[in-house]
Write a protein that binds this ligand. Structure first.
Ligand code: DX5
Ligand code: ZN
Length: 226
């Protein structure tokens, strides 16, 4: 399901990495009913990152059980080989790592040609300046606020400054590019991240690790909406 979001909206994207995979229909239904905006899906290949998750089949099956848009974060080497498969499986947003791409412009256009919103992800140690040229081509930037690979890691404290620098760049070129952040986000730092320009909040452990995902989503949406 494709949906158009605008700048100025704050969106909550629970990451199913922290959900119980054998109870996914209940887990996803509970966050959807509670007001989640997007479902974030982490694809890991054991090569680009030191962990393995799932492939297009999972995206296809999740697409069959939710009306929410699917935000597919590819943490894989040679992403160009798989982008079309994920688009066909029902991904609405696809993001690829700057660090995994040789021909980033071509890759981003491959995502758009496949009918998806295109995003570029940068790791914590990658400066936002590397995005200067590709900003003219993309729909969103995903800033990693932990090193990619695992849920439940500690938030890297220099991440808010990166968001603020990126927000200023986007303002200068006057484009509708959303800023998404991923890793270590919870109710404790959301308000501060909003103030730094983050618009899409990926939350894994702070939603599915709490024992009451629906309550966590409702509380987070309150923070985002005030
Ligand atoms: C990490 C993934 C994240 C992960 C975030 O590599 O990209 O999406 O699910 O998990 P938390 O919110 O627990 O840090
Ligand atoms: Zn992610």
């Amino acid at each position: 399901m494709e949906q158009n979001f605008k700048k100025g909206e704050y969106l909550l994207a629970p990451s199913i990495l922290s959900a119980n995979f054998v109870k996914l229909p209940e887990e996803i239904k509970s966050v959807e009913t509670a007001g989640a905006d997007i479902i974030h899906m982490d694809v890991m290949d054991g090569h680009f990152v030191p962990n393995i998750t799932f492939g297009p089949k999972m995206v296809k099956d999740v697409n069959g059980i939710t009306g929410l848009p699917l935000d597919v974060h590819l943490m894989i080497s040679e992403p160009e080989k798989y982008v079309d498969d994920f688009a066909k499986a029902g991904a609405d947003w696809i993001s690829v790592h700057y660090e995994a791409a040789i021909h980033l412009n071509r890759l981003v256009n491959q995502i758009k040609d496949a009918g998806c919103k295109a995003g570029v992800v940068i790791n914590p140690a990658t400066p936002v300046d590397v995005l200067d040229e590709i900003l003219f081509e993309i729909d969103f930037v995903l800033l990693m606020s932990v090193n990619p690979g695992f849920g439940g890691q500690k938030f890297i404290e220099t991440s808010p400054q990166k968001a603020a620098r990126l927000r200023d760049k986007i303002k200068k070129i006057n484009r509708n590019i959303l800023i998404e952040m991923d890793g270590g986000i919870g109710q404790n730092n959301m308000k501060m991240l909003k103030d730094c320009g983050v618009e899409v909040f990926v939350c894994g452990n702070s939603v599915f690790g709490t024992g009451d995902a629906a309550k966590a989503v409702k509380d987070m949406k309150k923070i985002l909406n005030t």
